[in-house]
Ligand binder design. Structure first.
Ligand SMILES: [Mn+2]
Length: 476
């Protein structure tokens, strides 16, 4: 943030003069018109435009991208949140949009594309009937649409088809987001639109733009870092509150619910992921999300809970003694995890990586620490109980794009989260903090949340004292 480097590089190529004008306007106009359904802050239009320009400079074919339709889920609890790559490139958080970007310096190849346009945002037509049910949506012909969206050209979504057909005459390939094999052959959204493109432009070869967007997303802008810091701060607040209310007799979901309330009242629009609160045996279940157990005396409680702020998600884990005091064994395991985390944190700097082996492996530092301290019930080393990776990038997704064997670079925001999970002892401990990689090393964004077991026990004891005091005086 104090590092202005991330704000620089806003240079736009000259062919984007029209957009530059729109950007100028949008910066001058600090507060956009209120939109009741908008719960996110946006970065300045220029930031999104710069990302699109960077992408356009890397490709030799048009890029066609689709936002979510708003029909991604049928659950009544579903709330619209834009497809992440689309959001990253546009900051547009409404249903049914599409984006067309022409390769930089190749505008002339799009003959018939009037004015040599380089990018177009497509939005659904105005629908007053629907707006009475769902609220106001942006549309291409409304006043100020260029300033609001940061696009010099905004057209009706149905016009996309003709545009794609036209481009198909001068290009043999398009870029889009292809269905992601790993996820059971791709999300419906990706499959649906890839099929649509194949139908509208059957002779065109479709190539995946995901690697290029993913690589851009790994280095955060100053605005993204500020959003992440807000998400982290709210999560720190909720974890502190969890330390204060924690006691045997509460259900796991009650602790989670209180934490979510802290996020929401602090300005978080959603959770970055379903809260994990696991007591006793459940502390050893990595993605435990049933939250059904009554917390018992003698349990440890693992809390992996993170707020989202303006689309960006924190990811923080603490492990607490349910009754306010770790048993000697719990404390022993806790301190091994803490030692591993401290060792890995101390080593975070550009050039290090999350690879499982090699000289720059942060994972190895944590693993070696765990494996050379303490033993299980059978006298075996504990490395086998550290069953996941050491960390990952965070951002628009709590598991943001990242490559474990690529060196870290300044501007990445990552988690450092060693853990030991021993089901046979009903004992799982994980500590997870969020860390910005800087030029010279790192900055722990979640530093304010204590990790030291003494400090945690102190906070819990103080809160317990206050609870019994207010019970005595009847203020409870
Ligand atoms: Mn994590």
């Amino acid at each position: 943030m104090r590092d202005a480097r991330w704000w620089s590089g806003l240079s736009l190529n000259p062919s984007k003069a029209a957009i530059a004008a729109a950007i100028g306007l949008s910066i001058a106009c600090v507060t956009p018109p209120a939109r009741a359904q908008e719960r996110r802050d946006r970065e300045p239009n220029s930031v999104y435009a710069d990302r699109r320009a960077k992408l356009a400079a890397q490709v030799d074919a048009p890029i066609v991208l689709f936002g979510f339709t708003g029909r991604e889920e049928s659950a009544q609890t579903y709330m619209f949140e834009q497809e992440e790559n689309f959001y990253y490139l546009t900051g547009h958080n409404e249903e049914g949009a599409a984006l067309l970007i022409l390769p930089k310096g190749r505008e002339d190849t799009a003959k018939g594309n009037q004015e040599g346009l380089t990018e177009i945002l497509f939005l659904p037509p105005k629908n007053p009937q629907k707006e009475r049910w769902n609220g106001v949506r942006m549309s291409p012909d409304e006043p100020g649409i260029h300033e609001k969206t940061g696009f010099a050209v905004v057209r009706l979504f149905p016009e996309l088809r003709a545009e794609v057909e036209k481009l198909a005459r001068s290009h043999s390939s398009f870029f889009t987001i292809l269905p992601y094999e790993k996820e059971l052959g791709g999300y419906p959204h990706e499959k649906e639109w890839t099929a649509w493109l194949a139908e509208v432009a059957p002779q065109v070869k479709l190539k995946d733009i995901r690697p290029q967007v993913s690589s851009l997303r790994q280095v955060k802008s100053a605005g993204e870092i500020a959003f992440l810091q807000r998400a982290v701060d709210l999560s720190v607040d909720s974890h502190l509150e969890a330390m204060r209310i924690m006691r045997p007799g509460l259900f796991e979901y009650q602790v989670a619910s209180r934490m979510v309330e802290i996020h929401t009242m602090g300005g978080s629009e959603a959770e970055g992921y379903a809260p994990i609160v696991g007591a006793g045996f459940n502390s050893t279940v990595l993605h435990y999300d049933k939250l059904a157990r009554k917390i018992e005396d003698g349990d440890v409680v693992l809390l992996d809970v993170g707020a989202q702020f303006s689309g960006y998600s924190a990811d923080i884990t603490r492990t607490l003694p349910a009754n306010g005091k770790f048993t000697p064994r719990q404390r022993e395991i806790y301190e091994i995890v803490l030692g591993a985390q401290n060792a890995a944190l101390a080593a975070v700097k550009p050039g290090m990586d999350f690879c499982r082996k090699g000289d720059n492996s942060l994972y190895k530092i944590a693993y070696d620490y765990i494996n050379s301290h303490g033993q299980d019930r059978n006298g075996q080393p504990l490395g086998q109980y550290f069953i996941h990776g050491l960390g990952h990038n965070i951002g628009l997704n709590v598991h943001d794009p990242g490559e474990s064997c690529k060196p870290l670079v300044p501007g990445m925001v990552i988690t450092i989260e060693p853990g030991i999970y021993m089901p046979e002892e009903n004992l799982g401990v994980r500590l997870e903090d969020d860390v910005l990689v800087t030029e010279t090393g790192h900055k722990v964004l979640s530093e304010r949340l204590p990790r030291d077991p003494e400090a945690i026990e102190r906070i819990m004891a103080e809160a317990a004292k206050q609870r019994s005091r207010s019970r005595l005086t009847g203020d409870d």
